[in-house]
Design a protein around this ligand. Structure first.
Ligand code: NAI
Ligand code: MG
Length: 499
């Protein structure tokens, strides 16, 4: 047997082969011991006098103390925003507003490594994701909306667009800086001012962003940042002088906000949860589809509202897909979020880990079959092994509820009609994926799926020019694209008043 022949039945990579550690240096980040709230262009001590610790979820080590802003702090932030709105920002020439947005975008690019390291430290996501996804997309959102700032008359012809006023923005912990960018960029481009509250577990990149605003010389009070938990968020929602609320988070809190705002005339957009179907037809390119399945549910530890958490596989290809998927899961590297080779980082918080554990236990109790690749978890920190459930019935909680973790539930179908019916059998309607070689099938299935975003032969792709948002319990209103400006504008006609 020649050497070449002998090699053919060997794996291309020896089985014991592993990556050497490749940690990103964290000394690019300088943290303060304690942070105040960013109001009127200054980081000031909170009137509440309260602070709480923010952690590195991969080690449980405290990183810094941040303010638990109270009603008085929120009031000061709203006053600063109102003052900035009335005394300069809303009257500024649109091209001048754009200049600030371009500056912010460029500074984010220049400081992207610092932001990426901090995002991974405070949130647990792998550095390759914060470096290659969160940061480039955050900058892209500011660039994109900078471009619209002086073209609103053309974007909305004959409708006389004007800013709404003070926007209260409440964001979650899964994409802390990116969600900030999704909210702040269109609000400023449209001439509004902002009071933003980051999530309680991930406040640090928002506080570093305050430094970017100072560097960009954004006028004081145009963006104010108050940290704290849900109580701080609730103060923003009920403040009389806030004109618009933009919220991304749980359906439960979204519904509470909607009830609170009913009848007040305040504008509202809600980006809530999801339980997306990722549908694989038997003519799909299977290896690519498996990559799409992995990206769909294990990207960002599955802390993704549009995650492809329900896999719908056509029955005839069920076995090869599951086999390939299991093989692929064995190659995922879980560990230090700052290591450049890490695929799966830490779960964002103890609370979220407990929620995932509880739902996974329910899946096993209800009779689903669990698969987890061999994987050693670090001793400290919050971790969860990438998990696949097969033999899942539609009624199981793991097929119904948003897990928001690295857990995939697999269901099967025989016909396109059955795929559509199962995919739509959810109270959510945020996203979906379709995998098939047939273009006509992509179009026909996409038209019948009740989801705001549908990917074909790919998954979890984002672009600032593409609107994002849901149906049903996934919320209403769109972020991104031209549509993403509408909620931040008033018009002379009646169109667009509903949001
Ligand atoms: P959450 O909805 O409680 O938190 C999101 C944001 O809302 C945070 O900034 C929080 O401080 C704020 N908030 C909480 N209560 C509030 C209130 N009453 N008024 C105003 N603001 C309030 O979400 P949580 O508890 O962090 O996660 C629970 C579940 O929600 C997750 O397991 C996941 O299923 C879902 N979720 C969905 C997200 C999405 O992107 N659609 C993001 C985060 C969570
Ligand atoms: Mg909550």
């Amino acid at each position: 047997m020649t050497d070449l022949e002998r090699r053919q039945d060997r794996a291309p990579v020896p089985s014991g082969w592993d990556y050497a550690p490749a940690p990103e240096a964290r000394d690019i980040v300088t943290l303060q011991e304690r942070y105040g709230v960013f109001i009127g262009g200054e980081l000031v001590d909170p009137r509440s006098g309260e602070h709480f610790e923010t952690l590195d979820p991969s080690t449980e080590e405290p990183l810094a103390e941040v303010a638990q802003a109270g009603a008085e702090d929120v009031d000061l932030a709203v006053r600063a925003a109102r003052d900035a709105f009335e005394n300069g920002w809303s009257d500024l020439s649109p091209a001048e507003r754009a200049k600030y947005l371009f500056r912010i975008a460029r500074i984010l690019q220049e400081r992207s490594r610092e932001f990426a390291v901090l995002e991974s430290l405070n949130g647990g996501k792998p550095i390759k994701e914060s470096r290659d996804v969160d940061l480039p997309l955050s900058a892209a959102h500011f660039f994109y909306y900078a471009g619209w700032a002086d073209k609103l008359e053309y974007a909305f012809p004959n409708r006389k667009p004007r800013p709404v006023g003070v926007a209260g923005q409440i964001i979650p912990w899964n994409f802390p800086l990116l969600m900030l960018a999704w909210k702040v960029a269109p609000a400023l481009a449209a001439g509004n001012t902002v009071v933003l509250k980051p999530a309680e577990t991930t406040p640090l990149t928002a506080l570093l962003f305050a430094d970017v605003l100072r560097q960009a010389e954004l006028p004081a009070g145009v963006v104010n940042i108050v940290t704290g938990d849900g109580r701080t968020g609730a103060e923003i929602v009920k403040h009389d002088d806030v004109d618009k609320i933009a919220f991304t988070g749980s359906t439960e809190v979204g519904k509470a906000i909607q009830r609170e705002l009913a009848g007040t005339g305040k504008k509202l957009t809600l980006e809530l949860g999801g339980k997306a179907a990722n549908i694989i037809f038997d003519d799909a390119a299977l290896d690519q589809a498996v990559e799409g399945i992995v990206n769909g549910i294990y990207f960002n530890q599955g802390h993704v509202c549009c995650a492809g958490s329900r896999l719908l596989v056509q029955e005839s290809i069920y076995e090869p897909v599951i086999e390939k998927l299991k093989q692929r899961l064995k190659t995922l590297r879980l560990g230090d979020p700052l290591d450049k080779n890490t695929d799966i980082g830490a779960i964002n918080s103890k609370q979220q880990l407990e929620k995932i554990q509880e739902l996974v236990a329910s899946g096993e109790e209800e009779g689903a079959e669990i698969y987890q690749p061999p994987c050693r978890l670090p001793e400290r920190g919050y971790w969860f092994v990438p998990t696949v459930f097969t033999n899942v019935a539609q009624s199981y909680r793991v097929a119904q509820e948003e897990i928001f973790g690295p857990v995939l539930s697999v269901l099967t179908f025989r016909t396109p009609d059955e795929a559509v019916e199962k995919a739509n059998n959810t109270p959510y309607g945020l996203s979906a994926g379709v995998w098939t070689e047939k273009g006509s099938r992509i179009l026909s299935i996409a038209q019948r799926l009740k989801a705001g975003v549908i990917w074909a032969n790919t998954y979890n792709r984002f672009d600032p020019s593409s609107p994002f948002g849901g149906y049903k319990e996934s919320g209403f209103g769109r972020e991104g694209g031209l549509h993403g400006l509408e909620p931040y504008l008033e018009f002379d006609d009646s169109k667009g008043r509903s949001q």
